[in-house]
Design a protein around this ligand. Structure first.
Ligand code: F6P
Length: 340
């Protein structure tokens, strides 16, 4: 069987480990792999490179993706969809492994509906793909955010300030939740909960009173209501570029205004997405990449490899896409237990 592989959407730690796993697992059974460049753009524009076992050596610990990525939507226009099918036929690809988040996997499902042989591998630092316990990229990215919060604690403590750390997370607050929990924030704001300014101010005041400083973690996707700073720029899948809304800076302004406490904010943005994958992500990416090849060899096209408890299994792409996996009430209850 000839495999094709692509990485789409935002990069995250573990993508290269997953590419390596696909190539090595396919090679183990005597199959070759071609890499398509820059996500679905590579299939639309026929941009590819061969991937031998030698090409993927030393990739386990490398951040980013050697194939490049993009947020190209190949099924937005019929002529692009035709080009994708033509590229697959030209290269005689018998299975495409699409590694990505909701948008990339939705495009994979569209290809499957058109008769393309495709299997998926979920990735995203946001951990918001349904059907899988965890996505790779999340643990590594969140470790960066926790490290940032620890550093901000030093400055907040020294200057008796309130500091807001803004982290990524559009519809799902997993990164903020884990950062707040693991870093001991005084308040953590996630998109799953309605923004309550008086509750936030009360938590900040209590923290200042008890220990002289306050730390707040906020997902970039929280809704602060009518305010300045919404740029409205969108990507090809129609998602607003949330960093430009700068919710962290806005929260710091509001906290300072309400409490009189000197306040600052930090937006770590794409620093969360780069760097070497941590242990958990290396192993998960390796297991899911290998599982995707096994699904294809078993003829289980239209499925995506996921983590369920201790096992990696295949589930229909439909079950993983369309609805982001958001933070559940039990996690929120635990989170708020440790707030001031
Ligand atoms: O990959 C998802 C994500 O990390 C979101 O949390 C964030 O809003 C977005 O990527 C940022 O994307 P870009 O790299 O296009 O700025």
């Amino acid at each position: 069987m000839k495999f094709g592989v692509l990485t789409g959407g935002g990069d995250c730690p573990g993508l290269n480990a997953a590419i390596r796993a696909v190539v090595r697992r396919a090679a183990k059974f005597g199959h070759e792999t071609v890499g398509f460049l820059d996500g679905w753009k590579g299939l639309r524009d026929d941009l590819s490179r061969p991937l031998t076992v030698g090409d993927v050596a030393d990739l386990l610990s490398k951040g980013g993706t050697i194939l490049g990525s993009s947020r190209t939507n190949p099924f937005a226009k019929e002529e692009d969809a035709v080009k994708v099918l033509e590229t697959l036929a030209r290269h005689r690809i018998e299975t495409l492994v699409a590694i990505g988040g909701d948008d990339t996997l939705s495009a994979a499902q569209a290809l499957h509906r058109r008769g393309g042989h495709v299997v998926g591998v979920p990735k995203t630092m946001d951990n918001d793909v349904s059907g899988t316990d965890w996505t790779f990229g999340f643990h590594s990215a969140t470790a960066v955010a926790v490290d940032a919060l620890e550093r901000l604690r030093d400055t907040a403590g020294s200057h008796h300030r309130a500091i807001v750390l803004e982290v990524m997370g559009r519809h799902a607050g997993w990164v903020a939740l884990a950062t707040g929990l693991a870093g001991g924030a005084d308040a953590t704001l996630v998109p799953e909960e309605r923004y309550d300014e008086s509750a936030l101010i009360a938590k900040v005041r209590a923290a200042i009173q008890t220990r002289g400083y306050a730390l707040v973690v906020a997902s970039e996707g929280i809704d602060l209501g009518p305010r300045r700073g919404s740029a409205g720029a969108k990507d090809e899948f129609g998602h607003e570029l949330l960093r430009e809304r700068e919710v962290g800076a806005e929260l710091a302004r509001r906290i300072q205004e309400a409490t009189g406490v000197e306040s600052r904010s930090a937006q770590i943005g794409h620093i969360q997405r780069g760097g070497a994958p941590e242990l958990f992500d290396r192993i998960l990416a390796t297991r899911l990449g290998a599982c995707a090849v096994d699904l294809a060899l078993a003829g289980r096209f239209g499925e995506v490899a996921v983590l369920r408890g201790p096992s990696v299994i295949g589930i229909p792409l439909d079950e993983a896409i369309g609805q982001p996996k958001t933070v559940t009430p039990d996690w929120l209850d635990l989170l708020h237990t440790f707030e001031t």
